[in-house]
Design a protein around this ligand. Structure first.
Ligand code: SF4
Length: 583
């Protein structure tokens, strides 16, 4: 075994070169989302064309990735977003983060533009980079991978490169440069189900001429730990806390769909393109229904599935049909929210089938759900109509003009059909939480540099009156800083329950043990969050964003949720000054 070397791997897609570089001092204490922001500020002109040679696609594992700490091996992917025009980080579980750290890849930076059209497979290993043509049928059992969905692509890649590798790939959506395209990653069972979904990074990968990146960690090793004893103790404390936390148990048993009844109770479901907050068929689509189906239907269903090795929460699932075949894996609340209740579709089977198609195209199910909601408002499909939604998804697959409009997201559909009621901020569709009923989450949607995104700071669990416009600022700020911190560590949103309830500053102990850093503040999580958001705001400022972009759509400030009469009435003063203390 050789010495572990952590380096920046820089790939140029024009001359197909790989350089392995020393890590700049100012990057050394950053990881995941924070590291992406630093690299983008240092190396990318914020006014560049997101699909041009000036943009870079960056993969950055979080600071604690590499040790199978429960739910803490996530990969952050970033670049300038074609969807929002601002900074973008999208993270995913699966194998990619773990493999990269074992290969000593501190960050993978992909730059420039290919010399000619066409798609490549970039194979990275300790021996360097190897490039193979994605459309060469002789490499992939007689089939070109170009135009192929991710579910058919993954087995071909595994057949060629072995079943030990991690793979990040795009589907036809990324090849078509659609703004809702994400990057699919293999999960621990080698299914391409963990998507870095948001903001169109799949289109950026497509613009770099890459169908897939294969990470072959043969000969690699775990990153070194400065103080193994301290790490072991901190890991033990954290694992105990995460295992015992009631929310871990809830998510293990019911998946993310467990949140649906809570949203219903707050009138915070996103029904019929965000026109109501409660759904009369809510019991058909919640965690109870999902669990009952998966248990009753038996194999291959699995209500508690881990997306990455070492995850003890296992919020994921395999959703199988009556016929014993997998419909989709996983079926998540956000998809249920946007492709289900948002379209008034109340069958988990229907939502699962739509979800499979969108996954196969390598698209973000939140953005496509948002786009379909606006399309239904425009009369392009009927509410509650699975066949109508499927027909529109087929338009995307066939690359028609309508399909491109849909695949470019909710705002694109609103513009094309002159629809005002588009639930989006900074060009990105909101996720499954109605911001007029959970106003703190509305503050997050409005002010996060990432565009509307619940994973940037959901406030539904804050012990506040969610309808009071005067008590949302601190809840949103706190959640936003925490989430930017967790995204920089490589921790899953649900690992946060365990980290937050472990005594004695466990994150500080883990970082100290891993890296030997002994000058960290107690609240290192929020310190990381502050630094990250500050850099992200700077990037967006350079890209031309102003305070006017930190707003929910106007119609949400006028149109009330029928159940509680709520409009979004948090003042612009609050929105404009939420980050004052960190800048
Ligand atoms: S809690 Fe869920 S999303 Fe998070 S790492 Fe585990 S399986 Fe993946």
């Amino acid at each position: 075994m050789t010495d572990y070397k952590s380096q920046v791997w820089r790939v140029n897609v024009r001359d197909q070169s790989l350089k392995q570089e020393a890590i700049p001092d100012t990057w050394k204490r950053l990881g995941g989302r924070g590291l992406l922001a630093r690299i983008l500020l240092d190396e990318v002109d914020a006014t560049c064309d997101p699909l041009g040679s000036g943009n870079k696609l960056i993969f950055a594992p979080g600071l604690l990735v590499g040790h199978m700490l429960s739910s803490t091996d996530r990969i952050s992917v970033g670049g300038k977003s074609p969807l929002t025009g601002g900074i973008k980080e999208a993270n995913a579980g699966g194998r990619t983060g773990l493999h990269m750290t074992h290969m000593g890849i501190f960050a993978l930076i992909i730059e420039d533009m290919p010399r000619a059209d066409g798609y490549w497979i970039l194979h990275l290993s300790l021996n360097g980079a190897k490039w193979e043509k994605a459309d060469d049928p002789s490499l992939f059992s007689g089939q070109s991978l170009v135009g192929l969905g991710v579910y058919a692509t993954a087995p071909k890649l595994i057949e060629r490169y072995g079943d030990k590798v991690a793979i990040a790939m795009i589907g036809p959506g990324g090849e078509m440069r659609l703004k809702a395209a994400g990057i699919q990653n293999l999960d621990k069972d080698r299914i391409p189900s963990r998507i870095a979904a948001r903001g169109g990074l799949g289109a950026v990968m497509g613009s770099k001429g890459l169908k897939a990146i294969v990470f072959d960690n043969a000969g690699g090793q775990k990153p070194p730990i400065a103080d193994p004893e301290l790490f072991k103790l901190a890991q033990k404390d954290y694992t105990k806390a995460v295992l015992e936390h009631p929310q871990s148990i809830t998510y293990r048993d019911y998946g993310t769909a467990a949140i649906a009844p809570m949203c219903q109770s707050f009138a915070a479901l996103t029904v019929k393109n965000f026109s109501r907050g409660t759904f009369e068929k809510a019991e058909n689509i919640g965690g109870d229904a999902l669990r009952e189906f998966t248990l009753k239907r038996g194999k291959p269903s699995d209500p508690s599935h881990a997306c990455m090795a070492g995850c003890t929460i296992k919020c994921s699932n395999v959703f199988g049909g009556e016929d014993g075949k997998v419909i989709v894996s996983p079926l998540e609340y956000e998809t249920i929210g946007l492709m289900g209740v948002n379209l008034e579709i109340d069958s988990l089977d229907s939502i699962g089938r739509l979800n499979w198609q969108v996954n196969d195209l390598g698209l973000d199910s939140i953005e496509i759900g948002g786009a379909l909601g606006v399309a239904a408002e425009a009369g392009l499909m009927q509410w509650g109509d699975e066949a109508g939604a499927m027909r529109l998804i087929d338009e995307i697959r066939n690359g028609t003009e309508l399909g491109r409009t849909l695949g470019n997201g909710a705002v694109s559909v609103g513009k094309a059909y002159n629809i005002e009621r588009v639930p989006a901020v900074k060009g990105q569709s909101m996720s499954g939480y109605e911001p007029r009923s959970i106003k703190g989450t509305g503050v997050t949607y409005a002010t996060t540099p990432q565009g509307a995104d619940h994973t940037c700071g959901l406030t539904i669990r804050a012990k506040i009156n969610h309808l009071d416009p005067n008590t949302q600022k601190d809840a949103s700020l706190n959640a936003q800083l925490n989430m930017a911190g967790y995204d920089s560590l490589g921790a899953c949103i649900f690992a946060g329950f365990g980290y937050a309830s472990t005594p004695d500053a466990v994150i500080k102990r883990l970082l100290k043990a891993r890296y030997g850093w002994d000058d960290l503040p107690d609240n290192i999580l929020q310190a990381l969050g502050k630094e990250t958001i500050k850099m992200e705001r700077e990037f967006n400022k350079r890209a031309g964003f102003t305070a006017k972009d930190d707003r929910l759509p106007k119609w949400m400030t006028k149109e009330a949720i029928p159940e509680n009469g709520a409009v979004f009435d948090v003042s612009e003063e609050v929105l404009d000054h939420i980050f004052d203390g960190i800048e």
